[in-house]
Design a protein around this ligand. Structure first.
Ligand code: MLT
Length: 337
């Protein structure tokens, strides 16, 4: 046996013995896929999480983010995490729904009406139940919640303030049935497209528009290829940090707890981040030449069409109308039926 081989064998034996006596797991650098770019709310949550993780583990564990969908489309990263080939992913909840339909309750149009609603739902028993559902259905565990804000419609063609204005526009949506049906309720057939292909789709005018929150529009530089913004508030975008359940279960109980606590800290900081920056981001989009319009009549036409047509279609997939009613009453709204 060569000297180098002998040293390696001895080192491996010594670390194995140390692990047996102390139960210690070697330092881990979690690989974190991020759908959005630098400056996004997702990146903010990633940074808060990594900071907390490093602090709580005494510097033993850290994470590395791969921004802008470098590790694949958001929906692909759920599959990767499920089989344990990816540690973590930060992505929009609408891209988790196809794998765990009950989380769709957060994507139903006009259910969540404020950041405070989003905080109450995600950080309470409903958030806990949905976390357990994603473990069961999709093999991923939600560690933290990013609050990114209301999804605003953008397009390159014309100002949109009414449902009539929308007609004729080709709008990209995520591959999410609830969002597809919402646009159908407004009279158009949207184009489902992966998030990682959306900028190019807008740039080449394969699609005229899309919807996402201000911070995402800004981080993804959509102002370079989109002119008009409509302040639709049909979905409040919630964007979880998920960890592969297989990876999570390989950790010691102590490390699992560190991840959970770091996720809670990142969640609280994400809400503050949105409160601090959203108004500023809106101003910077205006300064970059975007035109921002409010929908006519406080959005009443959009709200009526979407809630009447879309909610009943998804009662079964979200776990029954009672589930929606629990969500509505949790945020102080009247139940349906
Ligand atoms: C989407 O539109 O697919 C997502 O909202 C993108 C994102 O994660 O920001």
């Amino acid at each position: 046996m060569s000297f180098l081989k002998k040293v390696c064998t001895l080192t491996a034996a010594v670390s194995a013995a140390a692990m047996l006596t102390t139960g210690a797991v070697s330092a881990k650098n979690f690989k974190i896929a991020v759908g959005d770019g630098a400056g996004s709310s997702q990146e903010g949550t990633g940074k808060f999480f990594i900071e907390a993780l490093e602090k709580k583990s005494g510097g033993e564990h850290t994470g590395t983010m791969f921004l802008n969908g470098q590790l694949g489309s958001e929906q692909d990263t759920v599959n990767e995490a499920a089989i344990g080939t990816l540690d973590m992913s930060l992505l929009a909840i609408n891209n988790v729904t196809p794998f765990s339909p009950t989380v769709g309750v957060f994507t139903l149009p006009y259910v969540i009406l404020s950041l405070e609603d989003a905080e109450k739902l995600t950080q309470g028993p409903i958030g806990q139940e949905l976390t357990e559902n994603t473990i069961r259905d999709a093999g991923v565990r939600i560690l933290a919640w990013t609050y990114t804000g209301f999804r605003r419609l953008t397009n390159s063609q014309k100002p949109v303030t009414t449902v009539a204005d929308l007609q004729g526009l080709v709008i990209r949506v995520p591959k999410n049935e609830i969002m597809i049906e919402t646009y159908k309720s407004w009279g158009i057939n949207p184009t489902p497209m992966a998030w990682s292909e959306t900028f190019t789709g807008l740039q080449t005018q394969v699609v005229d528009g899309q919807d996402n929150p201000y911070t995402t529009i800004n981080a993804m530089k959509f102002y370079e290829v989109q002119k008009y913004v409509t302040n639709l508030r049909y979905i409040f975008s919630i964007e979880p940090l998920i960890v592969s359940e297989a990876v999570f279960q390989d950790l010691s109980e102590e490390d699992q707890q560190i991840l959970i606590e770091a996720g809670k800290e990142a969640t609280v900081k994400s809400a503050q981040y949105l409160r601090d920056i959203e108004a500023e981001i809106k101003e910077s989009l205006l300064a970059k030449g975007m035109q921002i319009d409010d929908p006519a009549n406080d959005e009443a036409e959009f709200i009526k069409l979407a809630t009447e047509a879309v909610w009943p279609q998804f009662y079964d997939s979200i776990g029954g109308v009672d589930k929606l009613n629990t969500v509505l009453t949790t945020i102080g709204r009247d139940p349906v039926q």
